[in-house]
Write a protein that binds this ligand. Structure first.
Ligand SMILES: [Zn+2]
Length: 77
């Protein structure tokens, strides 16, 4: 899945066996871009932070991302 698919701001691809690993890769990448003061990623992270204030919205978002991950063919995940 790409950074963008996971709520980020670029098209870098992450590959992982599980959604949890995928989320971890995305988070690490987001932190790195944040530290490099990448404006697009900072905005994306702010939007994510905003969403964490609303547990229902966060849960829905997480579930739909996970569904997307689960629907990917293995070679693309
Ligand atoms: Zn990115």
């Amino acid at each position: 899945m790409t950074c963008r698919q996971l709520g980020g701001a670029c098209d870098i691809e992450f590959r992982a066996q599980t959604f949890e690993q995928m989320a971890e890769l995305s988070r690490n990448h987001g932190m790195k871009m944040f530290q490099e003061h990448d404006g697009a990623h900072i905005r994306a992270m702010e939007e994510m932070m905003e969403m964490t204030k609303n547990p229902d919205q966060m849960k829905n978002w997480h579930e739909s991302r996970k569904k997307e991950f689960d629907s990917l063919p293995d070679e693309l995940s």
